[in-house]
Design a protein around this ligand. Structure first.
Ligand SMILES: *Cc1c(COP(=O)(O)O)cnc(C)c1O
Length: 385
């Protein structure tokens, strides 16, 4: 099965180009709200997956909060209309100016990852006569069974406070006047499709809550991060991730205390399937025992294949000719600038349009100008006439 794209309406558009199906995004958000709403869970959108202003506005219209990881994402979220009280700020290395920005905007919460960071935040807040709300990011040492580049919840990863240090951190916390503990934060990795990983996280959180309770501590918020994966192989069959099963897993296995809120920070699962990178074929070149399709998009437009050996489904959306095998490559002067090897495509010629599917997350936002290239453009299904 091949996706359908309004190529007729795009013929004058410049490629490479990110095409966003805004109706699919809206349907995905409605499904999130329906499934999370069953249990009263709150969902934040992880802005780092895609900070396109139009997409941010649609996500905000559906009532999600924003999870930011830099001092650039906070103003981007505010500009898109996310209320400050629904913004959280995570990241292992927050600079002083970034903390100040969050404090000045009065964001809901800082997800803090170390004692030195906690001490600096306490100082910055004191200088402003404020008390910063803090969730401690705990490294739960849970294996997400995902690609090692995108696993974050193991002791060997740089993220979070290790369980062995939790007691000492809580001791230090008690002596700081300008930070207040409101939550515990976790995020074990990305592109996780095995619900057992989330179940393991729940079990670990239950243990940590017990440990906290020994100290008479109950936090207001448990934040389990994001990480729900999508089906890159079948973007049409599984256009919307299985949110029912996902939220149900937490409902079944996580023991919340009375009045405790459960927060999520989903990135990829929200925006991935609504985006495709559209690119035109420049040349079809005969290699030794293979054919290359050279397209006008490169790793500067979509770096995931080069960076993580990630798979994107590739389709020739303007040809119905018999299928042949090609290596699909970009024009950048790097051998890693390859989108796929031995890809089955309908017979391909110069000028055909190629779609790289499931490119809505960690696509446009990771684009660079390497080789002095232009950044890719974008268009939205509901704005084409
Ligand atoms: C990247 C990230 C997310 C979102 O991850 P996805 O896999 O895109 O859902 C959520 N929380 C934190 C802290 C992150 O770093």
């Amino acid at each position: 099965m091949k996706g359908t794209f309004p190529v007729g309406k795009l013929t004058s558009a410049k490629t490479p180009l990110y095409y966003y199906d805004t109706q699919l995004l809206r349907n995905t958000l409605s499904e999130i709200n329906r499934e999370a709403g069953k249990y009263g869970y709150q969902v934040h959108y992880a802005v780092k997956a895609n900070a396109n202003g139009r997409l941010l506005s649609i996500i905000r219209e559906h009532g999600l909060g924003a999870d930011c990881v830099s001092g650039g994402e906070i103003p981007a979220s505010l500009k898109a209309g996310f209320p400050a009280e629904k913004i959280v700020f995570a990241g292992v290395g927050k600079a002083d100016w970034e903390m100040d920005l969050g404090l000045d905007a009065d964001i809901f919460c800082f997800n803090v990852e170390s004692v030195p960071e906690l001490e600096v935040l306490n100082e910055r807040a004191a200088a402003k006569g404020k008390v910063a709300r803090v969730a401690l990011r705990i490294n739960p040492n849970v294996d997400a069974h995902t690609h090692h580049y995108i696993t974050t919840g193991l002791n060997e990863n740089k993220f979070g406070i290790s369980l062995a240090h939790l007691d000492a951190v809580l001791d230090r916390f008690a002596s700081l006047k300008n930070v207040r503990l409101v939550g515990l934060h976790f995020h074990i990795g990305s592109q996780i499709t095995d619900m057992d990983a989330f179940k393991s996280l729940c079990i670990r959180i239950n243990e940590i809550q017990e440990q906290m309770y020994q100290r008479m501590l109950i936090v207001d918020v448990i934040n389990v991060g994001g990480g729900l994966g999508v089906d890159y192989e079948n973007p049409d069959r599984n256009a919307i991730p299985d949110f029912r099963h996902y939220f149900e897993t937490f409902h079944k296995h996580l023991k919340l205390r009375p009045k405790q809120e459960l927060h999520f920070e989903l990135g990829r699962a929200v925006v991935c399937q609504c985006g495709s990178l559209l690119t035109k074929v420049l040349y079809v070149k005969e290699g030794v025992n293979k054919k290359f399709v050279i397209v006008d998009a490169g790793m500067t437009d979509l770096i995931r294949p080069a960076l993580y050996q990630a798979y994107h489904k590739i389709e020739n959306i303007t040809s119905d000719e018999p299928v042949q095998e090609y290596d699909v490559v970009g024009p950048i002067c790097e051998s890693s600038d390859c989108f796929g090897k031995m890809v089955a495509l309908n017979g391909t010629r110069r000028g055909d349009w190629i779609a790289l599917r499931s490119a809505g997350a960690y696509g446009e936002i990771m684009a660079s100008q390497y080789n002095c290239r232009n950044l890719p453009g974008c268009c939205f299904s509901d704005e084409l006439v």
